[in-house]
Design a protein around this ligand. Structure first.
Ligand code: AMP
Length: 437
């Protein structure tokens, strides 16, 4: 048997509806903030991620799916969305637009060669948003606001927003030096990975999963202590704006995030959820003022975030979703009826109704059973007698009530019956003009 690749999953009907709902909410909330959808290729030149995400990050060092294509090009399946959006902005000169900031969102698969576990896959999906072209702290606050609105729309509660600032390039440089000075004498007490990377990329040491509980890291100097006055002001402004928007957050001085391109604001969203575990990270982001320039574009600041959709699916797993079922199932008895049933189903479908019929030559009882399995609201029963009289029996699956309807009047009658069924009221509201009962 050929099986799927480790770390990937099949999303089957039944489960797929949850994904559609998640995608629909992502699009709807992005629209509320006037972010437009952008679609970039799933694979890019490897150099984009090496330069963009950073050569010394775990993602690029250990997790990318790299291959050489038949034309000898070095290609990488995207491990995240930001670098591709930035490449696209530069290549299409979108930064020349008068309508700045550019506000984009994306939904799609990402690929990282990680150890698969609950909420961690090798092919996973992200909903991300990027705002490019504004230095203003209000853009940071707006992007964080969008992330929080999104979780509200998904009815995910017990969310914590963690916030920190790495400062501008100057502050980051000073902080880097501080950190190297602090780590050098104690490097033997770090994990083997960190013993190598503390010099080339000391910030990643703070993000180390192995050394998470190591007191050396807990006591390490923090980026906030090294912010220059401009960076301090930016961070204070972001906080003031978030307070004004009633967005609650906690400042986490140890938060650095796993990608190299961040400057100033960084944030993470955590959910305390039984399906995910306590304090699971569901999304994160930050400001990246130099990525556009580093990838060959102009000086163009930006801020964005990404959520992992698999984790959001887990976080919303206990929410009740309705399996909508069919509006009607056509039950046909006899050759003539079987000949007519597809035409009837087709006419109703053209009118926007969800309709199905038997394709396994089931006997009458079997067809009723199948209609029940497919959760049909109405059964449309057609036998030789009905054909003769040019009628069809319309049976309400819930109440058992049945009415013979002229074939020509089937569509409008069924529409009325469905409306009535979907709106079972006491007969005194506006939408049914009092004729519900
Ligand atoms: P990052 O791009 O690393 O900041 O990740 C943003 C979000 O994507 C994380 O908070 C996770 O929710 C999700 N994510 C990252 N890696 C994976 C993965 N391997 N499997 C599932 N979700 C992931």
């Amino acid at each position: 048997m050929i099986t799927k690749i480790k770390g990937t999953v099949d999303i089957l009907p039944g489960e797929v509806e949850r994904w559609q709902n998640l995608e629909e909410v992502s699009r709807r909330v992005a629209k509320l903030y006037d972010f437009k959808e952008i679609r970039t290729p799933i694979f890019e030149q490897s150099e984009l991620f090496h330069r963009g995400v950073g050569d010394t990050t775990d993602i690029v060092k250990k997790e990318t799916y790299d291959f050489v294509d038949r034309g000898d090009r070095e290609v990488t399946l995207r491990p995240e969305g930001t670098a591709s959006v930035v490449r696209c902005v530069i290549e299409n000169k979108l930064y020349t637009s008068a309508a700045l900031p550019l506000k984009y969102f994306y939904i799609g698969p990402m690929f990282r060669y990680e150890r698969p576990q609950k909420g961690r896959q090798r092919q996973f999906h992200q909903f991300g948003a990027e705002a490019l072209g504004s230095f203003s702290p209000s853009m940071d606050a707006e992007v964080i606001g969008l992330a929080v609105t999104y979780l509200k729309a998904l009815q995910i509660s017990n969310v914590v927003v963690k916030l920190n600032s790495l400062g501008d390039e100057e502050s980051k440089k000073l902080y880097r030096k501080d950190l190297i000075d602090y780590l050098t004498p104690v490097k033997e007490q770090l994990c083997s990975d960190c013993q190598h990377r503390y010099l080339e990329n000391p910030l990643r040491v703070l993000d180390c999963k192995v050394d998470m509980e190591n007191t050396i890291l807990k006591d390490a100097p923090k980026p906030l202590d090294r912010l220059n006055s401009e960076s301090k002001k930016h961070f204070e402004d972001v906080r003031r704006l978030l307070d004004g928007m009633n967005v609650t957050y906690v400042v986490d001085p140890s938060l650095v995030r796993g990608l190299d391109y961040y400057t100033h604001t960084v944030f993470e969203l955590l959910a305390d959820n039984t399906n995910l575990g306590a304090n699971a990270t569901i999304g994160g982001g930050g400001r990246y003022n130099h990525l556009v320039k580093n990838l060959g574009g102009p000086d163009f600041p930006a801020v964005g975030f990404a959520f992992g959709l698999e984790r959001l699916i887990l976080a919303t797993q206990d929410q009740v979703t309705e399996d909508e079922g069919l509006h009607a199932f056509v039950i046909a008895l006899g050759d003539q009826a079987k000949l007519q049933a597809p035409r009837i189903a087709r006419t109703l479908r053209h009118g926007g109704l969800v309709v199905d019929l038997d394709h396994l030559d089931r006997p009458l009882k079997g067809q009723f059973k199948q209609a029940e399995r497919q959760k049909a609201m109405f059964l449309l029963i057609l036998g030789e007698d009905e054909i003769e009289m040019n009628i069809i029996n319309v049976k309400n699956a819930r109440t058992g009530e049945q009415e013979a309807v002229a074939i020509q009047a089937l569509y409008p009658t069924l529409i009325e019956k469905i409306k009535h069924e979907m709106h079972q009221c006491s007969g005194s509201c506006e939408s049914c003009s009092g004729d519900c009962e």
